[in-house]
Design a protein around this ligand. Sequence first.
Ligand code: IMP
Ligand code: MG
Length: 182
Amino acid sequence: MMKRDHPDVAEILISADELQARIQALGSEISAAYEGKEPLLLAVLKGSIVFMADLMRALTVPHAIDFMAVSSYGAATQSSGVVRILKDLDEPIEGKDVLIVEDIIDSGHTLEYLRGLLLARNPASLRIVTLLSKPARREVDVPVDWIGFEIPDKFVIGYGLDYNERYRDLPYIGVLKEHIYG
Ligand code: IMP
Ligand code: MG
């Protein structure tokens, strides 16, 4: 079976080529914004790792990376707004230019919580890049500096995004067939 013909995918929303083109453009914009600086890219595990890996290679400014793991309680396809830290950063971020790298913003609760937590640690700056955003689902207004793609209110998988830990390896963003999670 070819990955691009995965039987659980109803529709390919964003192709591998479209992802790469957009990430190159984001890389240029973000590099320009951090000219002369050395930002810390903070990826939120696990969904952001594929985006992070490509975004890093599209940046022309020197940068460091770190990871945090958080879990939001609630059903597999819905965020409850209650967030728990499973893995914290390795180093303090005081005085650093931090860029949060997210896979998707849905309700915004995860990011809102994370933003408050990181701001309390006094970084020099805190900005946010997300590959995907579902504006129709937003419950809290988080200031996002860069958005890769705005997508409709559908459950998507691939390019790092999972459903019950599956499909992260798909090279595109696809819509999961409803009967899989319905
Ligand atoms: P939020 O707190 O509602 O913004 O949820 C953000 C998190 O929910 C993301 O980091 C994902 O892990 C997960 N999530 C939200 N929507 C989707 C989706 O369509 N596919 C896969 N994961 C999603
Ligand atoms: Mg997830």
